[in-house]
Design a protein around this ligand. Structure first.
Ligand code: MV4
Length: 448
């Protein structure tokens, strides 16, 4: 096992990784920008290294500075967290070329899943159901037209290098196809330097359901059930829950087994998430994430498995201690992403936190690097904490969520806490009756 790990991230996820390391007897090296010298992840780590000025491009994305920090501190492994360099195949390669372990999948698997076309082909060949569409990229309108006719309109044009909703265009009818392709391709070229696009049948009101997997380097793979992440605004998730209110135990077991076999066939290692759209009882693969995700705690709460500990263990070459039969899903968990943002406009609200009180009690977890007196810098994303509640049933979890939200105090900056209190009053949410468009429709109504 490693005895020192460098955590190449900041905020709550840097702290989350530190906590797992501490419990495993592993020392931690924090890296930080000049803006984060007083951050909690720096204070708690055994050692820290300043890696550059405030903008992420000069610090948290500064590969030479991070590698140097690992070398001078004698770290043996690098945990990338989420965001920043976590899905950068080149970074994974550079880490390993310096004799360090990358706590994540191989660079080849990151690259395979980073290209949405190669990802779709790989999982389809491994038996995962995908959205009907083109087999690979479509270069011209002439190539696309017969494919669109066959799958039926509306169709969605997606960028091969996209993800997170960037570079997507809907074509409602045949006469819109040419222009939609040109716009999507031009946007993709500008954003990713790759104008390759592909076609899919457009699904109107699906749910976003993702399956968590965990794989070691000895051929063992388990799935840890699903998370329902349908409640999103502009491709930013606000609330996630596990299990999904939409799935039966039989549906869960069936898709879980399909995914488990596929991930084994692909030879994947580490944690990963297979994202699906789910409509009318059918799963359609859209993307695979090759990192630990923001919403991983809801899975931890219902399985009792520490996903960061498992990531570290498999990166050190250890075999999984559990098999699929050992995994029991217990109760219900909901996560609210608490951002320092105006709750109506979502405008960022950085600044000094004058008061802070964390909610607690049975079944309440707060993953946050916040403290009273901390100044939230304006340079990074506005997530200041994740409130995760766990209960025996969804009803109990919703009651506990309200109670915990009411207990939480953050003064000095605006937060998204009021949104969740309002959401708990909404019948569709309480009934679990929502899809990927629901939240934006609800917010539009609410804000008049
Ligand atoms: C789709 C889709 C409808 N049909 N694909 C958005 C980001 C990227 N991960 C894939 N996305 C979508 N792909 C087909 N064939 C709708 C979306 C989508 C979406 C997906 C998940 C969660 C929220 C979303 C919000 C808008 C669009």
């Amino acid at each position: 096992m490693f005895d020192k790990i460098l955590i190449a991230n900041r905020g709550e996820i840097a702290l989350r990784v530190h906590r797992a390391c501490r419990e495993m007897g592993i020392r931690t090296v924090a890296v930080h920008s000049e803006a984060d010298a007083n951050a909690m992840h720096v204070r708690l780590a055994d050692e820290s290294v300043c890696i550059g000025p405030p903008p992420a491009g000069k610090s948290y994305l500064n590969i030479p500075a991070i590698i140097t920090a690992a070398e001078v501190t004698g770290a043996q492994a690098v945990h990338p967290g989420y965001g920043f360099l976590s899905e950068n195949a080149r970074f994974a390669e550079i880490v390993e070329a310096h004799g360090l372990a990358f706590i994540g999948p191989t660079a080849d698997h990151i690259r395979m899943m980073g290209d949405k076309i190669t990802a779709k082909k790989a999982v389809m060949d491994a038996g995962i159901p995908v959205v009907p569409g083109s087999e690979g990229g479509v270069a011209t309108y002439e190539d696309a037209k017969p494919i669109a006719e066959e799958i039926g309109y509306p169709v969605l044009i997606k960028a091969a290098s996209g993800g997170g909703g960037r570079g997507m265009k809907v074509a409602e009818t045949a006469d819109k196809l040419k222009e939609a392709m040109q716009t999507a391709s031009a946007e993709a070229s500008a954003a990713f330097g790759d104008g390759t696009v592909y076609l899919e049948k457009y699904l109107g009101q699906p749910r976003h359901i993702e399956i968590q997997v965990l794989a070691d380097t000895h051929g063992n793979v388990v799935h840890l059930g699903e998370r329902d992440c349908s409640l999103q605004r502009r491709h930013q998730k606000l609330l996630e829950e596990a299990p999904s209110p939409a799935l039966s135990d039989a549906e869960r077991a069936e898709i879980g087994e399909v995914v488990r076999k596929a991930i084994s066939a692909i030879g994947y290692r580490g944690v990963g998430t297979i994202e699906f759209l789910w409509e009318n009882g059918e799963f359609y693969f859209i993307e695979m994430n090759t990192r630990l995700q923001v919403e991983h705690p809801v899975t931890e709460m219902i399985t009792g498995i520490d996903l960061v500990r498992e990531q570290i263990r498999v990166a050190a070459g250890l075999p999984l201690e559990i098999t699929q039969d050992d995994i029991q899903l217990e109760g219900w968990a909901i996560e609210c992403r608490i951002n320092a943002e105006n709750p109506k406009t979502f405008a960022p609200s950085p600044g000094k936190v004058t008061e802070f009180h964390a909610p607690g009690g049975l079944g309440v977890r707060l993953d946050s690097a916040l403290y009273a007196g901390y100044s939230i810098p304006p340079y990074y994303d506005s997530l200041i904490g994740k409130l995760i509640v766990h209960g025996r049933t969804r009803e109990e979890t919703l009651l506990r969520l309200r109670r915990a939200l009411e207990e939480m105090v953050v003064s000095g900056v605006e937060t998204t806490i009021p949104i969740f209190l309002d959401l708990l009053e909404e019948a569709d949410f309480v009934n679990g009756d929502y899809h990927i468009r629901w939240l934006e429709e609800w917010l539009a109504q609410r804000n008049g």
